[in-house]
Design a binder for this molecule. Structure first.
Ligand SMILES: [Zn+2]
Length: 370
């Protein structure tokens, strides 16, 4: 029996590029989707998903999965396949100092596909959360050069966190330094935004096409709606925006206020770690459910956790077509009342939400969520 082949019956197949949803069976051979399986072999496993949705594997662009090294971090599989997410991206938990442990213990030993934004501070978030307060802690260009040569394969870009408690009296300087490194090595910056100083307007003006602003709908003072001019200019330059829900960084009200200024095509991610996995975040699918309640369609939500983050990660495009890798997320829509809260404590009553059913990686069912 080939264990990377499978027939998925009664699927509602979501093609995120085109936004179409089609009822059909899916065929997987040698870890990839195929048109059909001819010479049907009885031993090929059949998974009847009873009209659940199947889509390209979901990607969570902002997680913290360096358990026992960063305080409150979880494991990649806790943020990943067990929640129906195939790829998790660690957003700066590690810098170059601890990365070898992260690679050995978490990237290599997880079923979930793990990528990462490298913190520009050598110690990452492993010694507390003021990693940019001392310029002596920033990695040098030579260190980054050596790092990329040895460990560059899963590197998504550089992480720079811009909040007063992180930079202390350094202000905007760490971001300017990160900008220099990013330009020199052709990498995108993922920038955390939060409490000022530094002023967000100043932060946005430094960002270029392909950089990512995470926590874009946070409800703290000094957020995007206080800097409409800089926000619109950044969006028109091709700066990307990402949810990064987190414990303190997502406000329902800010979503419409920000998008009224400029309807940016934001990706959806969780900023998942131990305290917020219960409340207020829950999971990637519950974060998506909050937008489902706001009127976004299921296929549009899927695009925001597949097409958009895959572009950022420079992964091959997928659209549920023959030849695509069979890395798939199976989920259903549960029609039930459920309260979902944002980071400001504001609760909404949802009457339907997404729930994971299975995770399939390289044609194998690696997690059964039910
Ligand atoms: Zn984070």
């Amino acid at each position: 029996m080939k264990n990377d082949s499978m027939i998925i019956k009664n699927a509602r197949v979501i093609r995120p590029d085109t936004g179409t949803i089609q009822d059909s069976d899916l065929y997987i051979r040698d870890g990839r989707l195929v048109e059909d399986i001819t010479n049907q072999d009885d031993r090929i496993p059949v998974l009847d998903i009873h009209n659940c949705f199947v889509a390209p594997g979901f990607v969570d662009l902002h997680t913290h999965v360096f358990k026992d090294h960063m305080k409150d971090a979880i494991t990649p599989d806790e943020a990943g396949i067990t929640l129906g997410v195939i790829t998790v991206v660690d957003a700066g938990s590690t810098g170059i100092r601890d990365y070898p442990i992260f690679e050995q213990e978490f990237i290599n030993k997880s079923t979930t596909d793990v990528r990462f934004f490298l913190n520009i501070a050598r110690k990452g978030l492993c010694d507390g959360l003021s990693e940019l307060a001392d310029p002596e802690d920033l990695m040098t260009a030579d260190e980054l050069d050596a790092f990329i040569k040895q460990h560059g394969q899963r590197l998504a870009g550089l992480k720079v966190r811009m909040s007063s408690s992180i930079v202390k009296d350094q202000g905007i300087a760490p971001l300017l330094y990160g900008r220099k490194l990013a330009d020199q090595f052709g990498l995108p910056l993922m920038v955390h935004i939060g409490n000022r100083p530094p002023e967000l307007g100043e932060v946005l003006n430094i960002l270029k096409r392909g950089d990512i602003v995470t926590h874009c709908f946070h409800g703290k003072k000094g957020g995007i709606t206080d800097y409409p001019h800089e926000f619109k200019k950044a969006a028109s330059r091709g700066v990307r925006f990402d949810v990064g829900h987190g414990t303190a960084s997502f406000s329902y009200h800010k979503v419409s206020e920000v998008l009224k200024l400029q309807p940016v095509d934001f990706s959806i991610s969780t900023d998942l770690y131990a305290p917020n996995i219960h409340k207020p975040v829950g999971s990637l699918m519950l974060t998506m459910s909050k937008f489902l309640h706001m009127g976004y369609s299921v296929s549009d939500l899927v695009r925001r956790v597949t097409v958009l983050p895959r572009e950022i990660l420079r992964m091959e495009p997928v659209n549920m077509s023959p030849g695509d890798p069979a890395d798939l997320t199976v989920f259903k829509i549960v029609e039930k009342q459920r309260k979902l809260v944002d980071s400001e404590g504001y609760e909404i009553d949802c009457n339907r939400y997404l729930e994971p059913v299975a995770a399939i990686k390289q044609g194998k069912r690696v997690w059964n969520c039910e």
